[in-house]
Design a protein around this ligand. Structure first.
Ligand code: ZN
Length: 529
């Protein structure tokens, strides 16, 4: 586009020159030509302004200045000059090797190695791939703007923001507040010290071991220096360290070599740090077996009453709200468990309050729950539909399941969207979430089947079976987890039943019996193995 405008203004310039010559010939019309040529100068100025817009504007909030970065127009988008980017973001001159079509840019503590006609950029020793090839042109390299700025933002300068639509690069002071890691070996374990610039609210930090052998620390509202952290030396029980910035959340992951008996996390003030001690067993035969058994022993259950507060859930024809019925049934289940078993019951909510979905999962993981059970009531535009069903997390298969999932996920609209905690539940994200769940899938299936079986015995409604769908509430809970839709509030008869305390008690009693059976079968399994 820029080139076209440029030749157009050249053409207009020639035209203007012609007119000035004509003016000498037709002197009598001179005033008319003066006006005409003034008009053409104006058009030229406007076009020149347009020509400038094919540079990337830079707004530097650090020293309150503006600047510009040269670009190349290309079918694949805007390509920016690496030399200009270096001039603006770096204090050092770049190293340019024209023979090897290579430029090294020094940003902070990092070196960006960029080669011409390549789709790889090295940040220190780590290779990043960008979508399109770079272009070597006149002792400079041009890189697709969005790809380059995103890479720089992610790896070295969190304070830059590029708006590709307006072609503006915004530079602000923003520092990483998670800056490094130190690992110390001790006789009975390993101590991980995560260096921070300030302390975080307790609730922002969570940590857990995953079955895949990785230990994760996630910190909300944090900016992690991913390059620096990945550079840290792994030692002790730690085989490998990675760090990722996921929106406003920082995630640090440690691959652990051996069994860890227990871990403890706390924040230190001076210096500011997050300290995790991983205790490894001195003698790892008997202790290990006991530990594995304890880990699998069903001693804590998380009961999650759907919806609440400003989110009423489904509404019955007589105005019965899903949130109220769900809470009532949940409490009845909890009471039966507390009275008759030694199970520890953890509730995600015990009253009519709004709890975001991510927090429900967090409560589940932090309470060391062994089962996560969410209780809901269903709704359908078809008022004739009734019955009870239990859901598992899996890529949605039937139309029905997708419909229910999208309705239950609706709750997210009530939550603060400032940071997007929920990626689209489709494609890869769904597969990832599902993979993490697959370990618990078999057990979830077992429990779901038991609940349907118990309910079919006692509840005079339709057994709609065990189904699969992608529910947000179930994702991230690292334990078997299921969602019970105990009945359709949109069905007049079922709504009437659900308003009856006796009916709700028998639903609760069925769920309770299923949990007891499930625990028994799990203990049998542990005893045999
Ligand atoms: Zn619901």
């Amino acid at each position: 586009m820029g080139r076209f405008i440029f030749s157009l203004s050249l053409f207009l310039g020639t035209f203007q020159y012609l007119i000035i010559n004509l003016k000498n010939i037709y002197k009598s019309y001179s005033s008319l030509f003066k006006a005409l040529s003034f008009l053409i100068i104006l058009i030229n100025l406007v076009l020149a302004g347009d020509l400038e817009s094919s540079t990337v504007r830079v707004i530097n909030r650090v020293n309150n200045s503006t600047d510009e970065i040269k670009t190349l127009d290309n079918l694949r988008g805007v390509y920016v000059s690496v030399k200009d980017v270096s001039r603006i973001l770096s204090k050092r001159n770049p190293y340019i090797n024209s023979d090897r079509l290579k430029i090294v840019v020094y940003l902070g503590n990092n070196r960006l190695k960029i080669s011409g006609n390549s789709s790889f950029i090295l940040v220190d020793e780590r290779v990043y791939q960008i979508p399109n090839f770079t272009i070597w042109d006149n002792e400079d390299i041009y890189v697709q703007a969005e790809a380059l700025f995103n890479l720089i933002k992610e790896t070295t300068m969190p304070g830059i923001d590029y708006d590709s639509r307006r072609m503006v690069l915004d530079i602000d002071i923003k520092e990483f507040n998670i800056t490094g890691i130190e690992i110390n070996e001790k006789a009975n374990g390993t101590v991980l010290r995560v260096k921070t610039r300030s302390s975080f609210p307790e609730g922002n930090i969570s940590s857990f071991f995953h079955e895949n052998g990785w230990f994760y620390i996630t910190i909300a509202d944090a900016l992690v220096d991913t390059t620096e952290l990945r550079r840290s030396d792994a030692r002790g029980v730690v085989r490998k360290i990675t760090a990722d910035q996921l929106g406003s959340t920082a995630q640090i992951a440690f691959q652990i070599k051996t069994k860890v008996e227990s871990h403890e996390l706390y924040q230190g003030k001076d210096p500011s740090e997050i300290v995790v001690s991983l205790r490894t067993p001195m003698d790892n035969s008997i202790a290990r077996i006991k530990e594995v058994k304890d880990r699998w022993k069903l001693d804590t259950i998380v009961l999650d009453a759907g919806h609440g507060g400003k989110d009423p859930g489904t509404m019955g024809q007589r105005g019965t709200k899903e949130k109220d019925i769900a809470l009532d049934i949940t409490k009845r289940v909890g009471l039966l468990l507390e009275k008759n078993t030694k199970l520890k019951v953890v509730y995600t909510r015990e009253e009519d309050v709004f709890i975001p979905l991510w927090k429900r999962t967090k409560i589940a993981n932090e309470s060391n729950g062994k089962v996560f059970l969410s209780i809901h009531l269903n709704g359908s535009p078809n008022k004739a539909v009734y019955g009870f069903e239990t859901y598992l997390l899996r890529p949605g298969k039937t139309e029905d399941a997708i419909e229910v999932a999208s309705r239950e996920n609706e709750v997210i609209k009530y939550e603060d969207r400032a940071d997007n905690r929920y990626k689209d539940l489709s494609g890869e994200n769904l597969i990832m979430a599902t993979m993490a769940q697959s370990i618990f899938m078999r057990e979830s299936e077992e429990l779901a089947a038991m609940i349907q079986e118990e309910m079919a015995k006692k509840i005079k409604s339709k057994n709609r079976g065990v189904k699969q769908a992608g529910f947000h509430v179930l994702i991230g809970a690292s334990m078997p987890n299921i969602l019970v839709e105990a009945g359709y509030l949109t069905n007049r008869n079922e709504e009437k039943n659900l308003r009856n305390a006796k009916y709700r008690q028998s639903i609760a009693s069925c769920i309770y019996k299923a949990i007891v059976k499930f625990r028994y079968s799990r203990e049998q399994y542990l005893a045999e193995n």
